[in-house]
Design a protein around this ligand. Structure first.
Ligand SMILES: Nc1ncnc2c1ncn2[C@@H]1O[C@H](COP(=O)(O)OP(=O)(O)O)[C@@H](O)[C@H]1O
Ligand SMILES: [Mg+2]
Length: 276
């Protein structure tokens, strides 16, 4: 079992998009194997992008009960009483399969105050770890989408995770941001979670026509070649799927660039985890 955090302090780099499609891809992969466990998606960002896509783009009836739940994920996390089954619902992804990615019922207002609430507790960085302890073995993979920050929420995710994926939009300043994140991961590894492993760096929203992007990818290959995963191109189909509340695998034809990019990524992640 692997707990994989998607981390970058910058917004708009594809964390939520990759979280959704990785969760859907891993669920599809798993559902081909008899007796395999489900995938759980955890949304630590109060913008709830991953939750909204997973629940049908916000237009489906299923979405309202999931984000207005009284007994909900941020409240449970903040009170440290573990996750009861009633907090976890089936999402709508992967759309084209019956085995769905699992998701927490959540609450936007409580998500917004979660960081402050955690800071008021003892061991503030360990709350997600404690919360997941009793349920983690019920899942094959747990994917954690994170807010664009380096605060207490991503810190909880890093402490609870076995692996980190870093989506990076290749532009002039992204290498500086990347060095920052790798330092943050190293720090967590030294102080609290020695098992934490960087699974890979994902050049994301890649536009081949940009000379600058190609240069940055070359630099990344030189500096972090062993960590570089297949890049995800910037494609209208990918954002259209996300907005419509679909995973790319259910929204795009198998031969499309969007499908191929994301299935290459899922395969590479499985390969690195030794689970292909
Ligand atoms: N590979 C891609 N191609 C096209 N649009 C993308 C791609 N990845 C993300 N986007 C779009 O960019 C925006 C930000 O992506 P998102 O995944 O929400 O980033 P983050 O979670 O890092 O803030 C969204 O509107 C999303 O649809
Ligand atoms: Mg996001």
């Amino acid at each position: 079992m692997a707990i994989i955090s998607l981390i970058n302090r910058k917004g708009g780099v594809g964390k939520s998009t990759i979280s959704i499609n990785l969760a859907a891809g891993l669920a599809t992969h798993g559902s081909r194997k008899p007796g395999s466990k489900p995938v759980l998606l955890i949304d630590m960002d109060d913008q709830l992008s991953a939750t909204i896509t997973a629940m049908g783009g916000g237009f489906d009836d299923k979405f309202i009960p999931a984000i207005t739940a009284e007994n909900n994920y941020p409240q449970a996390l903040e009170n440290g009483y573990g996750a009861s089954e009633s907090l976890i619902v089936d999402s709508l992804i992967p759309r084209n399969r019956s085995e769905k990615v699992k998701l927490f019922r959540t609450n936007k207002a409580r998500m917004e105050s979660l960081e402050a609430a955690l800071k008021g507790r003892e061991d503030p960085a360990f709350q997600l770890t404690y919360f997941l302890e009793p349920i983690r073995d019920d899942y094959s993979y747990i994917i954690i989408d994170n807010p664009p920050s380096a605060g207490m929420l991503p810190m909880n995710s890093l402490v609870a995770s076995s692996h980190v994926l870093i989506p990076i939009e290749p532009d002039g300043l992204s290498l500086i941001g990347l060095a920052d994140i790798l330092r943050m991961v190293e720090n967590v590894r030294k102080t609290t979670n020695p098992d934490l492993e960087v699974l890979g760096i994902i050049p994301s929203r890649y536009r081949m026509i940009r000379r600058q992007s190609r240069d940055v990818i070359e630099d990344m290959e030189r500096m972090y070649g062993h960590l570089l995963l297949p890049y995800v191109k910037d494609l209208a189909d990918i954002s259209a799927a996300t907005t419509a509340g679909y995973d790319v695998f259910s929204f795009c034809p198998e031969k499309s660039q969007a499908y191929r990019c994301l299935s290459n990524l899922v395969d590479a992640v499985l390969g690195k985890l030794g689970a292909a």
